[in-house]
Design a protein around this ligand. Structure first.
Ligand code: ADP
Ligand code: MG
Length: 446
């Protein structure tokens, strides 16, 4: 029901985009897109483009705008994926196939089938959440009820929640997966249509109640009341409840105390930002799933420069593949650096050398003024090297500006310094680890 609605919404999205996108770009790119109903899910809109060129263009330039327009019209922000439509791949679908598919879709209540435990990479940052999710799947209501998973954007909450759903559906359990937005919208719809019995019929009869993004639960009293009653009914009936949010329940503004306290009854597990090792494992897994062939050097490069979140890493991989297809290019390290260049600069445009100096000084226990000075003490030289490396990697300053800042002769002195640092990084694992940690610290506040 929600999916069908999204197809209609995509037409509305197109109409909206027409108002803000230049005419020629609209007709050349946006108007060529079609909604890929079979591949879209509640949090992921898949659009077909007629060729790789249009796909890459739209993915790079318009994906976030399209997602934003969906948000305006529909209340939820989906991930937007542009795929290339291969007309030859179309097969004739029998009525039986359609029926089977409908049954499956109804049963899984719009779960993304690729979000499974098997496709989830476990690391230090998410192993508790993963174990808890797996455990409640195997023993619902025995161990922890409710389970509350929290963590920043794009760190795998929805993936884990839907993995529970997919595994439970396989065990013939009745699963409700819904975002809090959806819950709120449906509640308001049924109130206005005097059809609350249908709403309650849906939400109060299930084995697994999986609710995503509870930070978006409406602050309206009536919605919270309904959520509270739903929660209590299901909990009394020993149905497994799993919730996610971007923060600990205690810290969600506008949430009634009685809901907060219930959310904290069971098990709270957080997902942290992935460490370098986990990022590498995730990139390898994604490449394996999407059949992208890249060297270990490239995997390490992507893992080091992208700090933010896993969705962003996926975006980078999509971009690399799309450009490589479009330009018929082998995926080399230089090609990847070039493809991701704007992306990184854009991301870090607010980072300053001053800020890097402050962070490095604090971390290495020295004074910012010492780093700026001409001191040749080994400790200070080391700190200064880290600053130069990070300034080059994370800020938009050219080598000339960095040279001026440190009163070095010219840009070739910076270049020489960077080469020395690269050699140290290659031979000294401790130095490299420190650089990665500092880089992650600096970018995390942006
Ligand atoms: P959140 O709900 O926390 O914002 P998602 O669950 O939507 O994040 O994750 C964003 C993307 O990153 C998804 O495509 C998901 O498959 C992927 N992802 C996140 N964590 C992992 C992981 N540990 N292993 C594999 N993929 C992951
Ligand atoms: Mg999510």
């Amino acid at each position: 029901m929600y999916l069908k609605g999204e197809k209609v919404i995509f037409d509305l999205v197109k109409n909206e985009l027409k108002k803000s996108v230049p005419n020629d770009e609209f007709s050349r790119y946006i108007s060529q897109l079609t909604y890929a109903e079979d591949e879209s899910f509640s949090d992921c809109v898949c659009l077909n483009a007629p060729n790789p060129y249009i796909a890459a263009w739209v993915q790079t330039k318009y994906a976030s705008k399209i997602a934003g327009t969906f948000q305006e019209l529909n209340g939820t922000t989906p991930q937007v994926i542009i795929k290339i439509k291969h007309p030859r791949a179309r097969t004739v679908i029998s009525a039986d196939d359609i029926l089977q598919k409908e049954i499956k879709t109804a049963k899984s209540t719009l779960l993304n089938p690729s979000y499974t435990f098997e496709s989830f990479v476990i690391g230090r940052s998410n192993d508790l959440a993963f174990s808890v999710a797996k455990a409640v799947c195997e023993n619902p209501d025995v161990l922890y009820n409710p389970v509350f998973i929290h963590g920043g954007v794009g760190l795998g909450k929805t993936h884990l929640l839907q993995a529970i759903g997919n595994a439970a559906v396989k065990n013939n359990k009745h699963v409700i997966y819904s975002t809090c937005d959806q819950f709120t919208n449906e509640f308001i719809f049924h109130i206005n249509n005097h059809s609350m019995e249908r709403f309650r019929d849906k939400y109060r009869h299930c084995d697994f109640f999986l609710i995503d993004d509870v930070q978006f639960l409406s602050t309206r009293e009536s919605t919270q009341e309904e959520f509270f009653n739903t929660f209590n009914d299901l909990h009394n009936d020993k149905k497994q409840i799993v919730l996610t949010a971007d923060k600990n329940p205690k810290l969600i503004a506008g949430l009634e105390e009685r809901l907060k306290s219930r959310f904290m009854w069971g098990m709270i597990a957080d997902i942290q930002r992935p460490d370098l090792e986990t990022k590498i494992a995730i990139i390898k897994k994604k490449c394996e799933i999407d059949q992208i062939k890249i060297s270990d050097e490239i995997v390490n490069y992507i893992a080091t420069i992208l700090e933010e979140n896993i969705r962003e890493i996926e975006g980078a991989l999509i971009r690399i593949r799309a450009y490589a297809n479009m330009l018929n290019q082998a995926i080399t390290i230089d090609f990847v650096k070039d493809t991701l260049k704007d992306y990184i600069k854009e991301k870090h445009e607010n980072i300053t050398i001053e800020e890097i100096i402050t962070t490095v000084a604090k971390e290495l226990n020295c004074k910012p003024s010492e780093i700026r000075s001409k001191s040749r003490t080994a400790r200070i030289v080391n700190a200064r090297r880290m600053v130069i490396f990070l300034a080059h990697k994370l800020t938009q300053n050219s080598m000339r500006v960095i040279a001026e800042y440190f009163e070095m002769k010219d840009h070739s002195a910076v270049s020489h310094s960077l080469r020395t640092i690269s050699q140290i990084i290659a031979s000294d694992a401790g130095f490299k680890l420190k650089i990665d940690e500092l880089s992650s610290k600096i970018t995390s506040v942006h």
